[in-house]
Design a protein around this ligand. Structure first.
Ligand SMILES: [Zn+2]
Length: 300
């Protein structure tokens, strides 16, 4: 299935005009069908089209579903969109429409299912955008959260709950996870020196430090890689490092982090993933297996 979408001013207009070209071949009631028979251009990707596509895809899901486990209840969640820009057709086609189809399918079968999503409202790209536009990070996330939420509604993505990572519930839950592990003494505490922006009052991720590449001497190399010559770098390799947030020269400062030593948990993870979840997608299963086979690491 190929989807092409031209977005015209998604910021203000929520009517999204889609330039859509669908070539989809499937088996429906054991007959080979093509959808649609002709290529349709410049159509509105509306809820009705959404449900036509669904009908065809449900047949395929049905086949897979017969091979899957039966659960008493199902919670479905999909990657949280980052509240730093609008959602586009790539997000919808790759993440939210497939999840929505699965959820609608379970609802039709009268299964107990909850579809939960929300905007990811933390992180440096949000603060950088706020600075560029001369507004606060709160303004940025408020704007994009409501825009994204509205877009999902218009597209017919049927979340039961669409929340935000800045909600008190989310803060409470994340903090409970950390405190429980902390009180059980599960973490290793380690102090290291990292670049700090004294003007912006924050430590800098590798990507937010730029400078001259020590190999090809190009300006504007990132703290993790020089895009000119492709060399992998560490922030301390850069000549004349600069903060991408404030433009000031960062200083080295001590910082403390808490690490979860995964090697302590290898036994049950091995059983839970490799034995109990053989139905996971081959690429996900294979990636986990290769990590486990290499032996899980902890910071030294
Ligand atoms: Zn370079």
């Amino acid at each position: 299935m190929n989807l092409y979408l031209e977005l015209s001013d998604l910021y203000s207009k929520l009517s999204i005009k889609a330039l859509l070209s669908l070539k989809y071949e499937t088996y429906f009631n054991d007959k080979k069908v093509f959808f649609p028979s002709k290529t349709s251009n410049d159509v509105i990707f509306s809820l009705s089209l959404h449900s036509i596509v669904m009908q065809y895809i449900i047949g395929t899901i049905n086949t897979y579903y017969r091979m899957e486990k039966k659960f008493k209840r199902t919670t479905v969640t999909s990657a949280l969109p980052y509240a730093n820009g609008p959602v586009h057709i790539g997000h919808l086609a790759g993440v939210y429409v497939p999840a929505d189809i699965y959820v609608r399918y379970l609802r039709l079968k009268k299964e107990d299912v909850l579809f939960i999503g929300g905007s990811d409202e933390h992180g440096v790209p949000i603060t950088i955008r706020a600075k560029k536009e001369g507004i606060t990070p709160q303004d940025v996330v408020d704007r994009y959260h409501s825009l994204i939420k509205q877009s999902f509604k218009e597209f017919g993505i049927s979340f039961d709950v669409y929340s935000r990572t800045t909600s008190p519930t989310h803060h409470q839950l994340a903090s409970d996870f950390f405190k429980t592990l902390y009180n059980k003494g599960e973490f290793i505490e380690k102090t290291s020196e990292q670049y700090y922006d004294e003007e912006a009052h924050q430590f800098l991720a590798d990507r937010y430090i730029t400078g001259e590449c020590p190999h090809c001497h190009a300006e504007g190399a990132y703290g993790d890689q020089c895009e000119k010559c492709g060399t992998s770098l560490s922030p301390t390799d850069l000549i004349n490092p600069k903060s991408a947030i404030s433009g000031s020269k960062p200083v080295m400062k001590e910082t403390k982090h808490w690490y979860l030593p995964l090697d302590k948990h290898e036994g049950w993870l091995r059983q839970w993933i490799l034995e109990d979840h053989k139905e996971w997608r081959p690429n996900v299963y294979g990636q986990c297996k290769s990590w486990l086979d290499m032996g899980l690491q902890h910071v030294r």
